[in-house]
Design a protein around this ligand. Structure first.
Ligand code: LLP
Length: 420
């Protein structure tokens, strides 16, 4: 977001990437903390002054850490978690349990017990079987939303579509399973039915699918005479990875979504429920940049050039997994010729690719630094120890501060669970 060349050297929020790499090593994730905060504030500002009750819940899966959770609490966000691990992270950061929502299509009994014991605010029930499971495990009343599947197809990668009829997520509103789950919830004396949730998919660039979902869901709620106190519209607001991507227009898009909500509430003569949304990517993605150091540069004359960096699919899985495209910038701006290059990682897989056919200076060589923009969401959080790579460090920068928020994994940590 605030990546800029100053005196031919790439800076993030005024900090030299070269300086950060020298201090913290590479690969390194650098987040513009001001950008993280301002995205949270943008989402708040589209609801403030709209005379409706709302909350914004950040999807931890996009990127979580203790300092990230603390920042989110300071920015008045609620938090979604999908595992005992994400819940533990949130609680370790001191996040109020009552503001945590537990998602997931297959919460284990152990996870449910842990969340109940910690007193989390809301369970988002994702299966008929889960109604009985939570009912059996709970020893106190718990508020629940039901994750419904509105059967809306969105135009995004098939791995990140979630609201279509054929999905492991949610209960269909078209074949009666959602209604029977709601009946079951009403029959339980421990589960309080608070409303419904849906998530259409991820990296959605326009409000069309969200408007369509509202039509479908309001009609269903009205026909089935279901009263909801909370309507959770999920996340999925798209960001810009390369110039080809269209960002979800947060201000205009939500002005239409909120307008639609008000119209439908009036049309069906129901009070507007508490509205929740769950952005993840749109808060974190563009705030983050990864810095790598170049190692081997391999020219295959007349064929191609491979520029290898010191990380790869262990910290950047989105290209191998989704064919996602990124911009790769050299940290020092050169004025020489650029040539077509493949930027690849150092892991033992041919698919370990950061970007294909990118334009990079012809004299790029060992020791040079490159930066990959828009890597703040689903990068660190999807990082692995494949090839026993160590997870990188993460730093947050503001205009006048730099702080390490996650240290680089050590070699010792790689064997800490091994029986010796
Ligand atoms: N709420 C629910 C229930 C979700 O399943 C998700 C994402 C979100 C909110 C947040 O969606 P976002 O605003 O971040 O798009 N690893 C994939 C993305 C998987 C998203 C899964 N669910 C990727 O790197 O593109």
């Amino acid at each position: 977001m605030t990546l800029a060349y100053i005196n031919d050297e790439l800076h993030l929020n005024g900090h030299s990437l070269k300086g950060l790499a020298a201090q913290y090593g590479t690969p390194l994730f650098v987040y513009d903390e001001d950008a993280l905060r301002s995205q949270c504030r943008r989402f708040h500002s589209v609801f403030e002054g709209e005379a409706l009750d709302y909350s914004i819940s950040y999807a931890s899966k996009a990127f979580t850490s203790i300092q990230m959770v603390k920042l989110l609490e300071e920015e008045n966000m609620k938090l979604d978690v999908v595992s005992a691990g994400e819940l533990y992270m949130a609680l370790e950061a001191g996040f109020p349990a009552a503001d945590i929502h537990f998602h997931g299509n297959n919460k284990t009994a152990e996870e449910i017990e842990y969340a109940l014991e910690m007193g989390i605010g809301l369970f988002v029930v994702d299966a008929v079987d889960e109604v009985a499971l939570i009912d059996r495990l709970a020893d106190h009343p718990v508020d629940v939303l039901l994750r419904i599947n509105p059967g809306i197809d969105v135009n995004t990668h098939s791995y990140i579509q979630t609201g279509q009829e054929d999905s492991k997520f949610g209960l269909s509103i078209h074949n009666g399973t959602a209604e029977s789950a709601i009946d079951m919830i009403h029959k339980s004396d421990k589960l309080n039915f608070k409303g419904v949730h849906y998530h259409l998919g991820s990296q959605i660039s326009e409000e069309g699918p969200f408007l369509k979902a509202l039509d479908v869901v309001f009609e269903w709620l009205s026909n089935a005479s279901i009263d909801v106190e909370i309507l959770n519209m999920g996340g999925g607001y798209g960001v810009r990875y390369t110039e080809a991507d269209v960002r979800f227009p947060i201000e205009e898009g939500f002005s239409r979504i909120i307008g639609k909500l008000k119209t439908l509430a009036a049309e069906y003569d129901i009070a507007l429920p508490h509205i929740m949304i769950e952005p993840g990517r749109s808060i974190a993605a563009e705030a983050g940049t990864t810095i790598y150091e170049v190692g081997v540069v391999k020219d295959i004359p007349g064929v191609s050039r491979y520029v290898s960096i010191d990380g790869g699919m262990s910290d950047h899985i989105r290209t191998p997994l989704y064919d996602a495209e990124y911009e790769v910038l050299t940290v020092e701006a050169g004025d020489g010729e650029s040539i077509d290059s493949h930027v690849v990682g150092k892991l033992c897989e041919s698919g370990d690719i950061i970007g294909k056919n990118l334009s990079l200076p012809d004299d790029i060589s060992r020791g040079d630094l490159v930066a990959v923009a828009t890597t703040g969401a689903y990068h660190y959080s999807m990082a692995s120890n494949y090839n026993q790579m160590r997870k990188p460090a993460v730093v947050f920068v503001t205009e006048d501060d730099v702080r390490e928020v996650i240290r680089r994994q050590s070699l010792k940590q790689l064997v800490q669970n091994d029986v010796i």
